[in-house]
Design a binder for this molecule. Structure first.
Ligand code: ANZ
Ligand code: ZN
Length: 819
């Protein structure tokens, strides 16, 4: 028997789907709408790799399953075509990014079609096209007009290799650039920011309402980093200046022995004494070399310098020295810390290094615990040497001290967030231009909406990053006139972070072919938020926070009526190769093309889904794919042997049911349905394999095969297989004599009754001696079991004429009749 001829079959069905527009979603039919979205890809190279297939194939299987369950599924696809990956690829090959990007998108689109997914290509988006970035610029203007986009000179992360600034989200935990691994430094630059911090509390609160993986919510909570504490004001001795510090431990206020300012704190210049100036300035400039992440790394030695000035403790009037140190960040809290070496290990190390005082003011709650002397006691305890607060616990003290400070105008409750405003300008060419004009007379002027898009000039010669944006050197682009007063003015030379493009793309899909507005309000109301979103967990603190923020922002200005972008989020696990994460930067990406050529798309999809738990991931090896090919061949042989015969079965022809096959069939339907709900593809596939095995056992006894029954079973199996192997499913459906797409068929239902009837063998005894067996449905009640037992001929003989004293019944196992 020939093996499954996947090549011609896969081509045939893809062509037919395209010709018949099988996956063109009717967006007006919203009764059971389901928006299934998978994170779009960035076309940095011409190839889809295994990671894409791993992400897209299984998601499509889920989408097809839902479609068969009666949902009107919308599954769109597009390209995150702007940005560093595409640009770096272009630079490396000395070709214009527009050329390489268009080429890559063309290739990748064809490869995506190979997957055989239900993408509605009539709604494709490409973020590097003016039809799209026009609306990204429009979004920028909405933020600008609502005070949510602003310019600020600030110390920012700078990658010397990529020659651009980076958002905090793009710096790794090790302080290096996410893209190129170069050590990130700091630069003072005037940049555009989005006020994401305005939504810090809403971003936290929303997490309670969405069905996202707990780990991802935890990452976001940590990233937002809400911290409730107290602001305490210290006067600078002999100055009119005040220092505001943020602390979570106001109960330690009497233990303050010095103050530390962030080197960038604006007070530093004003309070530093002449004797200390030189050293302070040297230290401040050395801080600039470091990124924030490097500065707060715990294990590095804490260094600092004395400013020569002193501060006064508002609680006891203590005069304490003011230092600067880079472990205090200007951008957190107030950029100033009251240092309590006795109760904060960082301060303890610092004090030890510079011979500063240590003053103990909290002792352990348990009087038998010895107080510390050689390290900080950081736990909550009982206050002492703290004036009127002596004897209070830390918990009581935190409230009491805060209230006491409030009454005296020396501080009060305060909240700090780790979250920073989103830095969105990039000194790079391949992105959406920022729609702002600088006029010598009017200042900063937004481009009027009807003049969008601000076109990215594609005929530019030099697009290599130079530290300033290459657009700045492009006179035809930069030179313009002021939209307000008409005099010569200049455009903003920077482009937007590509995370701005992807912060709203899910809003665009349903309206992708509408060109006079960013989205159609009616369609958006009907189709959003996204019902199921699938993508990698590496986006937890980047894209997934930005998308939530932009959604909340648009909701706050009344542009949309929901405030979370997606209700259910699923992360695919990570595919490793010989234990290492597969990634382009590690150079260990396996190219799937050869395997697809050899085995076909369905086989590859099935194999990936079978390889391991979807949300956990697995280690790649191509050894097992042959097993999946054999599975496909077994199905193929079955259908080839029986299809023609089954086609002759008339509708309504009575069936002779084989109980075992029937039970396997029903339990398979149930298991596959449950598994698909949960993205558990691997277990679903093994259930299908069991069903195929069972069918072989049945059809091998060919004299017993009942065609009407077999037909029903094989049809059902085909329906179950379809979402996993869509081309093969369609072909089988056709061979079974059906017209129209398999994916317009309803998903099979199982019969709970059949499953209940799982048979058990019950031993029948008379006076403890084996006298026979009965087959009975599992869970049979005692009375029915006894009736059946007494019907056995041998049992009948034994008990005839005798009196039954009692019956011992062990559920599903034994009936013992005592006479
Ligand atoms: C005094 C103190 C005493 C502190 C003590 C801790 C223990 P979270 O929980 O992360 O909010 N801090 C405040 N601003 C800082 C900055 N800009 N850079 C570095 N550290 C800063 O941490 C709040 C604590 O971190 C604050 O409480 C402050 O140290 C420090 F026994 O103040 B604490
Ligand atoms: Zn002007």
């Amino acid at each position: 028997m020939e093996s499954y001829p996947f090549k011609s079959i896969e081509l045939k069905w893809r062509q037919r789907w395209e010709d018949e527009k099988t996956y063109r979603t009717d967006l007006n039919d919203v009764e059971r709408k389901l928006y299934v979205l998978v994170m779009y890809s960035y076309p940095s190279e011409k190839k889809l790799h295994i990671g894409h297939w791993w992400n897209y194939g299984p998601t499509d299987t889920f989408a097809r399953f839902r479609r068969m369950q009666g949902y009107n599924v919308f599954e769109p696809m597009g390209f995150d075509a702007f940005g560093l990956p595409a640009e770096n690829y272009a630079i490396k090959h000395g070709v214009h990014p527009a050329v390489t990007t268009r080429e890559s998108v063309g290739y990748i689109r064809e490869q995506l079609k190979q997957i055989g997914a239900m993408y509605d290509w009539s709604k494709e988006i490409d973020t590097s096209r003016p039809e799209y970035y026009r609306w990204t610029q429009w979004l920028f203007l909405q933020l600008f007009h609502n005070g949510a986009a602003y310019r600020k000179r600030a110390p920012v992360n700078w990658c010397p290799k990529c020659a651009t600034v980076l958002a905090n989200e793009q710096v790794t935990a090790g302080g290096t650039c996410e893209r190129c691994d170069t050590k990130v430094t700091t630069r003072d630059l005037e940049q555009w920011f989005f006020r994401i911090t305005d939504f810090a509390d809403q971003l936290l609160e929303g997490l309670e309402r969405i069905d996202w993986p707990e780990a991802t919510k935890a990452v976001q909570r940590h990233w937002i980093g809400r911290s409730e504490g107290t602001e305490i004001i210290f006067k600078v001795d002999g100055h009119r200046e005040e220092i505001r510090t943020f602390t979570t431990r106001p109960d330690t206020l009497f233990g303050v022995t010095y103050i530390v300012l962030a080197p960038e704190n604006e007070l530093v210049e004003r309070i530093t004494t002449p004797q200390c100036r030189e050293e302070v300035e040297r230290y401040v400039s050395s801080t600039r070399e470091k990124s924030e992440i490097e500065r707060i790394t715990l294990d590095k030695a804490k260094e600092g310098v004395f400013t020569g000035a002193y501060a006064l403790n508002p609680a006891n009037g203590d005069r304490v020295p003011i230092w600067i140190a880079d472990y205090v960040l200007e951008t957190y809290g107030t950029g100033a810390v009251m240092a309590v070496p006795a109760h904060d290990q960082r301060d303890f190390d610092f004090a030890a290094r510079y011979g500063l005082d240590v003053k103990w003011v909290i002792r352990p709650k348990n009087p038998h615990d010895k107080p510390f002397v050689d390290r900080a006691f950081e736990e909550y305890g009982v206050m002492h040497d703290s004036g009127p607060f002596d004897g209070l616990t830390s918990e009581q003290g935190i409230t009491a001290v805060t209230r006491w400070l409030e009454e005296r105008g020396s501080g009060g409750a305060a909240v700090s967030y780790r979250l920073r405003d989103w830095l969105v300008s990039r000194q790079r060419y391949w992105g959406a231009p920022i729609p702002i004009i600088y006029c010598p007379a009017c200042g900063l002027v937004p481009v009027p909406e009807d003049q969008l898009p601000v076109m990215l000039p594609e005929e530019i010669e030099n697009f290599t990053p130079m530290g300033t944006s290459p657009l700045g050197a492009c006179e035809e682009f930069i030179k313009t006139t002021c939209p307000q007063c008409g005099i010569p003015a200049r455009r903003d030379p920077d482009t937007m972070d590509t995370f701005v493009d992807s912060s709203w793309y899910f809003l665009r899909y349903p309206s992708a072919d509408i060109h006079d507005k960013p989205w159609d309000e009616d369609l958006t109301r009907k189709w959003l938020p996204v019902d199921v979103y699938v993508g990698g967990p590496e986006h937890s603190s980047g894209h997934l926070i930005y998308a939530r923020y932009i959604t909340k922002f648009l909701n706050s200005i009344g542009r949309i009526d929901f405030d979370e972008p997606c209700i259910r989020l699923v992360h695919q696990g990570i595919i490793t190769y010989r234990g290492q994460r597969m990634s382009k930067s590690k150079g260990n990406v396996v190219n799937p093309d050869k395997l697809i050529d050899q085995y076909g798309a369905d086989c590859f999809r099935l194999y990936l889904m079978f390889m391991g738990d979807y949300v956990v991931g697995g280690d790649w090896t191509d050894e097992g794919i042959i097993g999946i090919r054999r599975f496909q061949n077994r199905i193929w042989r079955l259908i080839n042997t029986w299809a023609a015969k089954m086609r002759s079965v008339a509708v309504g022809q009575p069936e002779t049911v084989d109980r075992k096959v029937e039970r396997t069939l029903n339990s398979t339907i149930k298991a596959v349905t449950f598994d698909l709900e949960r993205f558990q593809f691997n277990t679903a596939i093994s259930r299908l394999m069991e069903l195929v095995n069972r069918l072989y056992l049945y059809t091998n006894r060919s004299e017993e095969v009942n065609l009407p029954f077999l037909k029903r079973v094989i049809e059902t199996m085909t329906l179950l297989l379809g979402p996993f192997a869509p081309h093969m499913g369609e072909e089988m459906w056709e061979m079974l004599g059906h017209e129209g797409s398999l994916f317009d068929q309803p998903w099979p239902k199982w019969d709970e009754q059949v499953l209940k009837e799982e048979q058990v063998t019950i031993v029948v005894q008379v006076n403890g001696k084996l006298s026979g067996r009965i087959e009975a449905p599992q869970g049979i009640d005692e009375q029915s079991a006894v009736v059946r037992a007494m019907a056995i001929a041998k049992v009948k003989r034994c008990i005839s004429g005798k009196k039954v004293k009692r019956v011992v019944f062990i559920q599903d196992k034994v009936v013992n009749i005592v006479i």
